[in-house]
Design a binder for this molecule. Structure first.
Ligand SMILES: Cc1ncc(COP(=O)(O)O)c(C=O)c1O
Length: 356
């Protein structure tokens, strides 16, 4: 692990790596649009747009789904809003963000005027967190706010819940971004549970449900911390359609459908990994997420992104993640045919580069 100092564009996201006409492997949203039954729920909710939104049904749905008290719950305008609320409301002189990970949590802290330290996990350690680093005074032992993703974007690493739980201390808040946790069958490493002390867990409906444009997510955590977030949340920030979507996605039907999608994802991811391995490419670490982080250094030391775009594929660049560089690309898991096609394109690049 290192402090990973160095500047990257924290606001770069996969949508900026996509261009018209390309097969989109850069954005990790599972569906181009919500399924018809969910679209109907959204359409029905439009009838109420004349009234200001009431988050109560969403609070009840989240609380029921996760078996926690309503005061432990806050619906948000996507997971992204939660990062801003944390940056504004959770005190701490020494926040640390565990990288490589989604960069908005750090961007939100910086925007709130906070000085942020980085704990950069290393490839040699499988991008795995060693919780002892947060116990040693010389390393990150003095941090009072830790932000970590689980499973992690872009590495796909699923940290053990126990390794994250032990990061908590009396004078430290631990924020776990679980935006992709609903893509993990059974969610065994989620930190949502009976003991939420010192914890804030952030969830998103965006990825599994094809709702990036809606802005729906939520926080589950320590009621005192959740109350602090609530105190800085703008009024009516979660729209009536987002409230309706939260209720629907966390219903028994929604949870069962997400679980089935998570199981199907595991099969599709295995195909992608097999195809990549057949053309000599490896991933950073075992992925539990709807994407894999691929090491393309065997194809040269420049990014393969532009060459892949010429072959029809948009992939997420690695160099805007602290701790990674241009020879890493992140690929979304799609259907087997698409996985075979992108692996074949990467194989073509290898041959072209070896001939040149
Ligand atoms: C790891 C991670 N967390 C949170 C978010 C934000 O999701 P939302 O659309 O719910 O704001 C993203 C979006 O890309 C993400 O990749």
């Amino acid at each position: 692990m290192s402090d990973g100092s160095g500047s990257v564009d924290l606001h770069h996201h996969g949508d900026r790596d996509v261009a018209p006409g390309l097969v989109d492997l850069a954005v990790n949203v599972r569906l181009p649009a919500p399924p018809p039954w969910l679209a109907d729920v959204l359409a029905d909710s439009l009838r109420d747009l004349g009234r200001y939104p009431d988050p109560t049904p969403a609070i009840e749905a989240i609380s029921t789904r996760h078996g926690v008290d309503p005061e432990c719950v806050l619906p948000t305008a996507g997971g992204a809003e939660a990062f801003t609320l944390v940056a504004r409301a959770v005190p701490g002189e020494r926040p640390v963000v565990v990288h490589p990970q989604f960069t908005e949590p750090e961007a939100a802290l910086v925007a709130a005027g906070r000085a942020v330290d980085r704990c950069v996990l290393r490839r040699e350690e499988g991008f795995r967190l060693d919780p002892r680093v947060f116990a040693r005074p010389g390393e990150h032992g003095g941090s009072d706010l830790v932000v970590v993703g689980n499973p992690t974007n872009p590495t796909g690493v699923l940290h053990r819940a126990d390794d994250l739980r032990v990061l908590r201390r009396r004078d430290r808040v631990v924020v776990v971004d679980e935006a992709f946790m609903d893509a993990v069958p059974g969610e065994p490493e989620s930190l949502i549970g009976p003991d939420l002390h010192g914890l804030l867990v952030i969830r998103s409906l965006t990825k599994t449900w094809g709702l990036a444009g809606l802005r729906a997510g939520y926080v589950v955590g320590d009621p005192e911390l959740v109350s602090a977030l609530r105190g800085v949340q703008p009024p009516w920030s979660v729209s009536s359609p987002a409230v309706a979507a939260t209720v629907a996605c966390l219903s028994e039907r929604g949870v069962a459908e997400a679980e089935a999608a998570a199981l199907a994802l595991a099969t599709d991811r295995a195909v992608l990994l097999r195809e990549l391995s057949a053309v000599g490419l490896t991933t950073a670490a075992p992925s539990a997420a709807p994407f894999v982080l691929v090491d393309t250094s065997s194809l040269g030391d420049v990014s393969v992104r532009a060459a892949l775009a010429r072959l029809g594929f948009a992939v997420r660049r690695g160099e805007s993640f602290p701790g990674l560089g241009p020879t890493w690309i992140r690929l979304a898991v799609r259907d087997p045919e698409t996985s075979r096609a992108v692996a074949a394109a990467l194989d073509d690049l290898r041959r072209l580069r070896h001939v040149a």
